[in-house]
Design a protein around this ligand. Structure first.
Ligand code: SF4
Length: 411
């Protein structure tokens, strides 16, 4: 997840709160409910079957489109619960409503992150009709997937997800997969690759098991997770390229354009720009910055909610004291990153949720998460080009990040 203003240009809390936001990602929670119960899930209300009302959806997109904040291209990610527990007809209505409100100079791209257990031909028809981006969460072979991704009865989800993936193939629906890497799967790069190849999965994203909310990552607590992650990723990349049938590995292929970019390109890290992401729950409550903040609580920032689309204007949310406190501290953290970190050029100051969870403060810098998601992938790419060229390649000063075409979505 990742528009707006140039991170490399020296953002300050004051500028953020005063400058006109540019919203390029809207994460919408049609329902907090999830039909399965992953052991590492950070979503606190996944047994809550509340659903978003049409009026809330109309208020959200009506206010966004009349605010002038919408970027020329807005990605709408339906997530934060299992989106497919809502009926296909609900999305047909929702997409048509958004389309009826959309200004002609704003493009909308819908995207689903799903656990894949509820996929049917009717969903595939919807995806194809609306050109929906689809991400399926599966953690690799059965033994890794079922260690954490289990049903509410504690039983395996693997066969249902595989059936869903095969249906997407049969219906010619493009999709990518997000796999959470855990302590166990980190040592099994070849087994993971064999799994993707067997299931003809050619776009792969790895999320490392994080400490978020109340979940404490066993991976982060293990010995030398960084070295093990690096070994995994190097081996996976090497063997995937040799096999030639994995077209995209987000951690590598998403990093290459961030390291080797056109001079003067623009850096985007939507997690540190207020309202670059609008994160909206089914009741219309709005948070920004890292989407995982919505639903959590904190002594300094309360529930991170800056307003509600049913009663507040976006301008009123921008004047929220909660936003001011978060902007102050998140910007302080970004400035510390800029001043101290060699990887700022490709990272832009990291993910506030991970700084808060791991360091206890937004106004901080390095985390275990940034080592795994920024530093190690950047080092792998740079080392590969060193070997290719025979001379060391340095990170560009304040190198900007390319926009990811596959959103980074927590699962
Ligand atoms: S890699 Fe970590 S320390 Fe460096 S800029 Fe990103 S969040 Fe900050």
């Amino acid at each position: 997840m990742t528009s707006p203003s140039a991170v490399g240009s020296g953002p300050s809390a004051e500028r953020h709160v005063r400058g006109t936001p540019v919203t390029s990602v809207v994460v919408v929670q049609p329902t907090p409910f999830c039909n399965i119960n992953c052991s590492y899930c950070y979503l606190p209300d996944r047994a809550d079957a509340s659903t978003m009302a049409d009026d809330t959806l109309r208020a959200l997109f009506g206010k966004l489109f009349t605010s002038g904040w919408a970027a020329p291209q807005v990605t709408v990610i339906w997530h934060a619960g299992e989106p497919l527990v809502m009926p296909v007809a609900w999305y047909e209505r929702a997409f048509a409503l958004i389309e009826s409100l959309r200004p002609p100079d704003v493009g909308i791209h819908h995207s689903f992150q799903t656990n894949g257990t509820l996929l049917t031909r009717a969903w595939c028809d919807l995806f194809k009709r609306w050109h929906v981006g689809v991400g399926v969460s599966i953690d690799g072979p059965r033994r890794f997937n079922d260690a954490h991704r289990v049903g509410r009865d504690g039983r395996s989800t693997y066969d249902k997800v595989i059936a869903g993936i095969r249906l997407l193939h049969a219906e010619a629906v493009p999709f990518h997969v997000i796999s959470v890497l855990t302590d166990a799967s980190l040592g099994a790069a070849d087994e993971m690759l064999a799994f993707y190849r067997a299931e003809r999965i050619d776009e792969v994203c790895f999320n490392v098991e994080e400490s978020e909310g109340s979940h404490v990552s066993a991976l982060f607590a293990s010995a030398a997770p960084g070295a093990r992650f690096r070994a995994f990723l190097e081996q996976f990349w090497r063997e995937a390229r040799r096999a030639g049938d994995i077209a995209f590995i987000r951690e590598v292929d998403g990093m290459i354009p961030r390291v080797f970019r056109p001079e003067g390109g623009t850096m985007h890290n939507v997690q540190v720009e207020p309202f670059a992401m609008l994160n909206v729950d089914c009741h219309g409550n709005v948070a920004t910055y890292s989407p995982e903040l919505l639903g959590l609580g904190n002594a300094a920032y309360g529930d991170f909610i800056v307003g509600n689309v049913n009663v507040d204007t976006l301008e009123a949310m921008r004047a929220s004291p909660v936003l001011a406190a978060m902007a102050r501290d998140i910007d302080a953290g970004v400035e510390q990153c800029r001043a101290t970190c060699d990887y700022f050029a490709v990272c832009g100051g990291g993910a506030p949720i991970n700084k808060l969870t791991e360091n206890g403060s937004f106004a901080s810098t390095a985390t275990g998460f940034c080592e795994l998601t920024q530093k190690i992938p950047a080092d792998i790419v740079l080392d590969a080009f060193d070997r290719l060229q025979g001379v060391p390649v340095a990170l560009p000063p304040q190198a900007p990040a390319a926009r990811r075409t596959i959103p980074l979505v927590p699962v």
